[in-house]
Design a protein around this ligand. Structure first.
Ligand code: GLP
Length: 297
């Protein structure tokens, strides 16, 4: 259009004048993140008595999201640590009617080369320990496909699905004894997206307890990236047992470094780290047993 440029220039000039002389006349643009930052501003650390109490609190925080936003997107984790959380979510569904029918889920990771029916695949784990026992729509459940023929294409698709679903509202995380989150091993780029990672020897040894022999432990995994995880609107990181004490010390009180990927959580505006007493033994500060309610106006 002939008048497009002058009209746009005039609008820009008017806007600049208003911003200079009458800023209160302009709407304030607040993104979701800035609102959430105002509400919480930081990561909080909570020490519970035992894994069951951790699971109850984590499940309650997740349930709060599901009740507030029935069509929410949950990011889910595997490993032994989230099991009490899943047990409590199942109880909330069965006894208190917590409704998952409109919820979409995305899992963090999956071993490359394990069929979905393999009892150590994360597909199998999620169906056995959660999905089968709640009313989530199977079509709304996403676990990375470790059998995908074209893994890079699959990883791109997975990222697109997360965006299409509206982004993750609440991401649950465990932590490896080396400080990994999902399968982002030490040295992973802090901005990484979903991709294949080679598993560290230590991680394979930690997870060997679930396989018949070390040879059977997969060498590769598909994992959401650290950047993908940090995009979630809210994070809960769980750790229990003395074996996680050093990783938790670094995560809560150490410097942010790609060599301990979980330390990046310090930069998240709404993250809750829930640990039990043995995992908290190396922490040097005082932390509460309940989340604080912080309202900043
Ligand atoms: C695996 C998973 C991680 C999990 C970790 C800890 O490596 N990829 O997501 O956090 O195990 O497992 P556990 O909870 O059994 O200690």
């Amino acid at each position: 259009m002939l008048y497009t440029v002058p009209v746009r220039q005039t609008i820009c000039w008017l806007y600049a004048c208003l911003r200079e002389y009458l800023p209160s006349a302009l709407p304030t643009h607040r993104t979701t993140t800035s609102i959430e930052q105002e509400e919480f501003f930081a990561m909080e650390v909570i020490i519970k008595e035992n894994p069951e109490a951790m699971g109850k609190l984590a499940a309650e925080l997740i349930a709060e999201v599901v009740r507030r936003k029935p069509k929410c997107v949950l990011g889910l984790a595997t490993g032994s640590t989230p099991l009490p959380t899943y047990k409590e979510l199942i109880r909330l569904h069965k006894n208190e009617g917590l409704d998952f029918s409109r919820v979409t889920t995305f899992n963090l990771d999956e071993y490359v080369g394990l069929v979905h029916e393999h009892d150590q695949s994360y597909h199998y784990f999620m169906w056995e320990n959660l999905f089968k026992q709640i009313n989530v729509n199977p079509k709304s459940v996403h676990v990375p496909d470790g059998m995908a023929k074209d893994i890079p294409a699959f990883c791109r698709w997975y990222e697109e699905q997360i965006v299409k679903a509206g982004g993750v509202d609440m991401q649950l995380l465990g932590i490896g004894s080396n400080g990994h989150i999902a399968f982002n091993e030490p040295g992973s780029s802090l901005g990484s997206r979903t991709r294949v990672k080679t598993l560290d020897d230590g991680t394979r040894q930690d997870n060997a307890r679930f396989f018949k022999s070390m040879n059977e432990v997969p060498k590769y995994a598909i994992t959401m990236g650290i950047g993908t995880i940090m995009d979630a609107r809210q994070l809960i990181l769980l750790a229990n047992g003395a074996g996680k004490a050093e990783a938790i010390k670094q995560t809560c009180e150490g410097p942010i470094t790609a060599m301990v990927p979980a330390t990046v959580v310090q930069l998240h505006p709404k993250a809750t780290i829930i640990v039990d007493k043995p995992a908290a033994t190396k922490l040097t500060r005082d932390y509460p047993a309940e989340p604080r309610v912080l309202v900043l106006n």
